[in-house]
Write a protein that binds this ligand. Structure first.
Ligand SMILES: *Cc1c(COP(=O)(O)O)cnc(C)c1O
Length: 408
């Protein structure tokens, strides 16, 4: 008899996006012609940079002729892209990362989800609350948790991120082997200071633990003095893996390209305490289960690092950040507390009520869609997430409507 992986049965159905969709549908049916502005989106809305499109087209043309056609590429990605990444994203900031420590993939969602597979199921995992749900669910699937009670799984150490700690998780007080950190954060938009990240790296070093650092929103950091990569912290190469993506930084959500950095010194241990290189384990996993990102997509990603590409992607991000500034200004005026939006496309607003109540109010009175914080964890039940991924005109209209709705 064929049997299932019963850990899948523990997963909590994510009602978040289906409930949002249903509420919007109901509203539209009752209010035909009312226009809805979506500020719940965690997806790029602006077109790819012209430099990326030109490189993309040219690579497609290469595939059209036998002389320049390419079949399977290296599973880890083409060196032309890995070298540009190492130089521009890391070495230029004093972070020692070599091209052969970079693994190109089709998404940071898959990478953050898959990486746990090379680690023992017998480890303790700490996860922030609120959180990008992928970290939790993939550990549930792997059998590292018990069942869920009141939205929290047994055997996961939840690290509350609240106003009290500035939305930065404190070091765990119990033994933990694996920690997920994400900065700038989705959903809160919070950023971590260099000092706090130093504490995390020191903690991991002392405890022989591993940090999985998700820096998918790194490009939204506007202050160059702030920490962008965990490898800017001394000692991080031994205890941290970093995930990056072209999705939010260059609008590749539909094009698909990301990468994971696994430094050669980064170790994990077998049952006897003997260290093993995570780089070689991940290389084995990646090349066994993955056959590379398509050549034209890697050329398009490479173009992000050309002079033209840098200028164009910077302008696109500046456009989203102008939206974030507009949202923050409105929240200031309306007297709502929030975090984020300064180095992140997300603004995490204290709803002063249940997150679904504010969601309903904004939808029915202002025709504006946000994301209720409850969908990201139990610490989100009194927050909403507003996203800057939209046009400035729409954000402007949405803010005007929210202001009028709240006056009523
Ligand atoms: C959007 C996002 C990613 C990127 O996912 P891709 O699969 O590369 O599109 C990774 N982590 C977080 C927290 C995100 O919000």
């Amino acid at each position: 008899m064929i049997k299932i992986n019963e850990h899948y049965l523990k997963l909590q159905a994510s009602y978040l996006f289906s409930t949002i969709a249903k509420k919007i549908n109901d509203f539209c049916e009752k209010n035909p012609g009312r226009d809805i502005i979506r500020l719940g989106i965690g997806d790029a809305t602006r077109a790819l940079a012209p430099a990326c499109i030109a490189a993309f087209h040219q690579a497609v043309d290469e595939m059209a002729r036998d002389e320049t056609f390419r079949g399977y590429g290296p599973e880890q990605g083409y060196l032309f892209l890995r070298e540009k990444i190492a130089e521009n994203d890391f070495q230029s900031r004093g972070a020692a990362v070599d091209a052969d420590e970079i693994f190109i993939s089709d998404g940071a969602k898959c990478d953050t989800g898959n990486f746990q597979e090379i680690l023992s199921t017998d480890i303790t995992v700490a996860i922030p609350d609120p959180v990008y749900p992928v970290y939790v669910d993939t550990n549930v699937m792997a059998g590292r948790t018990g069942i869920a009670r009141d939205g929290r799984f047994e055997n996961i150490v939840y690290m509350a991120c609240t106003e009290k700690n500035g939305y930065i998780p404190g070091l765990p007080e119990e033994p933990v082997d694996l920690v997920y950190l994400c900065f700038p954060n989705n959903p809160t938009g919070a950023t971590i200071t260099r000092e706090a990240l130093v504490q995390w790296v020191d903690w991991a070093t002392e405890n022989k633990a591993l940090i999985l650092y998700d820096a998918a929103y790194e490009a939204f950091i506007r202050d160059d003095a702030m920490v962008k990569s965990i490898y800017e912290i001394p000692g991080a190469r031994k205890v941290a893996v970093e995930f990056r993506s072209f999705s939010k930084t260059a609008g590749f959500t539909g094009t698909r390209c990301a990468f994971t950095v696994v430094p050669k010194e980064c170790m994990a241990y077998d049952a006897t305490g003997t260290p093993h290189s995570l780089h070689s384990l991940w290389n084995r996993r990646h090349s066994t289960k993955f056959n590379g990102v398509s050549y034209p997509v890697q050329r398009a990603a490479e173009a992000v690092y050309s002079e033209q590409g840098k200028k164009e992607t910077r302008e696109i991000i500046a456009g989203y950040m102008k939206n974030a500034d507009r949202i923050r200004r409105e929240m200031d005026d309306l007297g709502y507390d929030y975090i984020g939006g300064q180095h992140s496309p997300y603004v995490w607003v204290d709803a002063k009520t249940d997150s679904w109540d504010l969601f309903d109010m904004l939808l029915t009175k202002a025709g504006v869609v946000c994301t209720p914080g409850a969908g990201f964890g139990s610490c989100g039940t009194r927050h909403i997430r507003l996203s800057a991924f939209n046009s400035f005109e729409n954000v402007e209209t949405a803010m005007t409507r929210i202001r009028e709705a709240l006056k009523e």
